[in-house]
Design a binder for this molecule. Structure first.
Ligand code: DC
Length: 224
């Protein structure tokens, strides 16, 4: 039987990294659902589509030409209309566009089919905000990954420093707080822990320790 593991949580909880490693270890496919929202934001701007026009954006969500190529290191190369946009996807401004299109209910509905297409044998690890609640409610294992606001802001701070950006830690903590509030209070598929999800707090865990926790849950559930 096709196995599905969902990993939801706020930004900075480590869900992207942990999910990617887990998928690689299990030999499963990997869905980074945030990348679909980021791609849609990007393609809307490129095609000059007003993000306020919900039906136009939803139409684009159904028709956009995107593909994901799995690389040997577990990362994806993302192509938009044949062009490699992997780096552009990670920019803060792309994230801001993604957050706008993600709040449109018809867009979320249009992206459902695309997300379901990632579920292929032998299994899938899907990360996002509503994987366990809306997209794959029948998943065999649902994880809700969290970390304190301070820890998530500090992780982002280190990332930005490495990229040569100079920002204040205090300002980042405030940004994380505001983004959580926005993600959790929006009407369309807010970030929420599924009733049957297992919560894992990564505040004091290394990446490897977090992956090990998830691997233990996979074994306990008899998934692999
Ligand atoms: O995880 P991320 O930063 O790549 O997500 C980008 C944006 O998309 C973020 O604002 C949350 C939103 N998103 C969502 O609403 N539902 C998902 N399943 C994944 C991401």
């Amino acid at each position: 039987m096709l196995k599905i593991i969902t990993v939801d949580g706020p930004s900075g909880s480590g869900k992207g990294t942990v999910s990617r490693i887990l998928a690689k270890q299990l030999g499963y496919h990997y869905l980074d659902s945030g990348a679909l929202y980021r791609l849609l934001g990007l393609v809307a701007v490129r095609h000059g589509i007003d993000i306020g026009l919900n039906s136009d954006v939803a139409h684009l969500a159904e028709n956009m030409d995107v593909s994901f190529e799995a690389l040997p290191n577990g990362h994806n190369r993302v192509l938009l209309e044949g062009e490699d946009v992997t780096q552009e996807l990670r920019l803060e401004e792309t994230g801001a566009l993604a957050s706008k299109v993600a709040a449109i209910p018809s867009v979320r509905a249009a992206l459902l089919t695309r997300q379901h297409q990632f579920a292929k044998a032998p299994g899938l690890v899907a990360d996002g905000r509503d994987m366990g609640t809306k997209v794959f409610p029948y998943a065999q294992l649902k994880i809700f990954l969290t970390a304190s606001i301070e820890e998530r802001a500090s992780r982002r701070y280190k990332q930005l420093l490495e990229q040569g950006e100079n920002v204040s830690l205090r300002a980042l903590e405030e940004q994380v707080r505001l983004r959580d509030e926005k993600d959790m209070t929006r009407k369309a598929s807010p970030l929420a822990k599924a009733k049957d999800a297992v919560e894992v707090d990564t505040s004091d865990l290394s990446i490897q320790e977090a992956v090990d926790r998830l691997q233990n849950l996979v074994i306990l559930r008899g998934i692999a």
